[in-house]
Design a protein around this ligand. Structure first.
Ligand code: DGL
Length: 268
């Protein structure tokens, strides 16, 4: 009766920002979340490695009977989405396409900035997705490798984070962008700092919220949405250190997490 869970995965805890939005949009859906905490970070790893991990995780999620897979990690979406869609018959939704669409809808000046991990920026997935929607939009990208550790340290509004953000964002702002895509799971937690660095004229696009909208549209279009009026159940799996995930996850999900299970990924 469409009560099968949605599978969501990320390199670690960051994808919980996407899960939070899916929970908000679709409160009756069951969700199985997998965080690949044994292999985090994906942002500095090769396409080959991230794709191998992603295929392994998708197989695990399928064993949990999921009706859809959400690749909540920008780097995994950039590197592995095509492979996952080719290999698996169920709907696979990444975060880049929805983020790119929201950015194109928002820009008036047709100048968009994108910030993300090294892997996401080097893949040029956001510029390609934006060009596919509107070829006249100019995209300026910047890898921001210091942001993920700062967020994981909990330095969300620390002076150091403000300084780092100014360094990263100033060259993009100088290109007269009017829209900035937060192309990494961790960056929605830096909204205060990023808004200060970008200034009031630049609209911040949160891929997490845009992705939840896409998940909802796809489930309803396919007639696979869970019946309204029930409360979804949530399960959490990681590949390492479940206690750490449980403690740090609250900040990302906006609510307490319990019962995180560790599983071993055979082939990775
Ligand atoms: N989840 C990753 C992303 O959105 C950030 C953390 C990592 O590098 O693994 O790109």
């Amino acid at each position: 009766m469409n009560n099968e869970p949605i599978g969501i995965f990320d390199s670690g805890i960051g994808g919980l920002t996407v899960m939070a939005e899916v929970m908000r949009f679709l409160p009756s859906e069951n969700i199985v979340y997998f965080g690949d905490t044994a292999h985090v970070p994906y942002g500095s790893k090769s396409k080959e490695a991230v794709t191998r991990f992603s295929v392994e995780i998708a197989n695990f999620l399928l064993s949990k009977n999921v009706k859809m897979i959400v690749v909540a990690c920008n780097t995994a979406s950039a590197f592995a989405l095509e492979t996952l869609r080719r290999k698996f018959a169920l709907p696979v939704i990444g975060v880049i396409e929805p983020g790119a669409r929201a950015a194109v809808e928002s820009t008036k000046s047709k100048r968009i900035g994108v910030v993300g991990t090294e892997g996401t920026v080097q893949s040029r997935s956001y510029p390609a997705a934006i060009a596919a929607k509107n070829a006249s939009v100019k995209v300026f990208s910047r890898a921001c490798p210091l942001f993920v550790p700062l967020v994981e340290e909990g330095w969300l509004t620390h002076d150091v984070t403000h300084r780092v953000a100014r360094e990263y964002i100033a060259p993009l702002a100088a290109r007269n962008i009017d829209t900035l895509v937060l192309g990494c799971t961790h960056y929605p937690l830096l909204k205060t700092v990023l808004r200060a660095a970008a200034g009031p004229a630049i609209t911040l696009i949160d891929s997490a919220a845009a992705t939840a909208g896409e998940v909802s549209r796809t489930l309803h279009k396919n007639g696979r949405a869970a019946p309204a009026g029930r409360r979804g159940k949530y399960q959490f799996y990681v590949s390492d250190a479940p206690e750490k995930f449980q403690a740090a996850g609250r900040r990302f999900l906006g609510r307490a997490i319990a019962g995180v299970k560790k599983i071993t990924m055979e082939k990775c």
